[in-house]
Write a protein that binds this ligand. Sequence first.
Ligand SMILES: *Cc1c(COP(=O)(O)O)cnc(C)c1O
Length: 378
Amino acid sequence: MRSKTKMVHGGITQDEQTGAVSVPIYQVSTFKQDGVGNLRGYEYARTGNPTRHALETVIANLENGSHGFAFGSGMAAISTIMLLLKAGDHVIITDDVYGGSFRLMTKVLKKFKLDHTFIDTTKPETVQNAIQKNTKAIFIETPTNPLLKITDIKKMAEIAKEHQLLLIVDNTFATPYWQQPLDLGAHIVVHSATKYIGGHSDVVAGLVAVQSDELADRIHFLQNSVGAVLGPQDSWLLMRGIKTLALRMEQIENNSKEIVDYLINHDNVKSVYYPGIKTHPGHQIAKQQSTGFGGMISFDVGSGELAENILKEIKYFTLAESLGAVESLISIPAKMTHASIPYDRRMELGITDGLIRISVGIEDVRDLMEDLDQAIGN
Ligand SMILES: *Cc1c(COP(=O)(O)O)cnc(C)c1O
């Protein structure tokens, strides 16, 4: 089955009993046993729920994995995955990871003696050099936020294999439609399904996929033990979102290409960050490991004042955090998502006050460009 078909037919797509063509929302917490311990597949809904199970089957399929897991948020998914490790272990992690992942490592897991090093994973030799005796995992995000840095997943998989490390990939920005890390050698894929997979700014959720049965058993044990599971209603909303993921990603990609071309040629725009641009440092790797470049674009207009003015004038781009929805969103990372990062560190990373990030939606691109044009000025 090809990717677009999988999004429609790839999971458990109907109700056996009634023939309903969407999986019902099993709003239930416990299941009747026909005799003590004689189950019909489900016993208690933290352990397993049919609606959630249908979603878990689709994400496994989309990522070319064997098992999927659904959690109450992207952070619930990442937290649960990190619990595969133990006190005294060390994790290598992309230096510009999502802020929530940064906070989890530095403010929560550090207290439990899970050690970490943040490094620029776009350079495989720095990853190699950061490996310690107690290193057990590499956690990468690619592309990253907001500068769309690209890490070579295959290279990371080689390093992980050589040192017997777990390779975990946060695939939120690319989505399984454009990038399948398990095929490139990753052991675990995680998603904030709140973003593209849900796609309509109406669900907070996290998804995980793996290929190995042994890892799947360990993750299911943790999912059930920790209990940060996704509810049936939200599971259903994600399945509905997934059915149009391919269409949305295609439209977003086409819109993004046009917007990037427009921004590159604008006098008020100093630089544009998008992996689809030939001069982007990660362009070649992005082209090898993914079939599309996505809908996240950052551009620098040179000053915080101009950036704020653009946000004031813009009409169709909603000023909001988050990304990956049908509606276009706009933000100033330095003042919003990345405000807690110290000024010097932000400058080092290139997150200037004039940097604007947009998440391109599925609107008519002519409206989006006219809107940008009136807001950016000349
Ligand atoms: C949003 C996001 C997360 C966290 O997901 P939530 O669903 O908000 O908990 C993790 N990683 C990336 C790349 C994200 O964009």
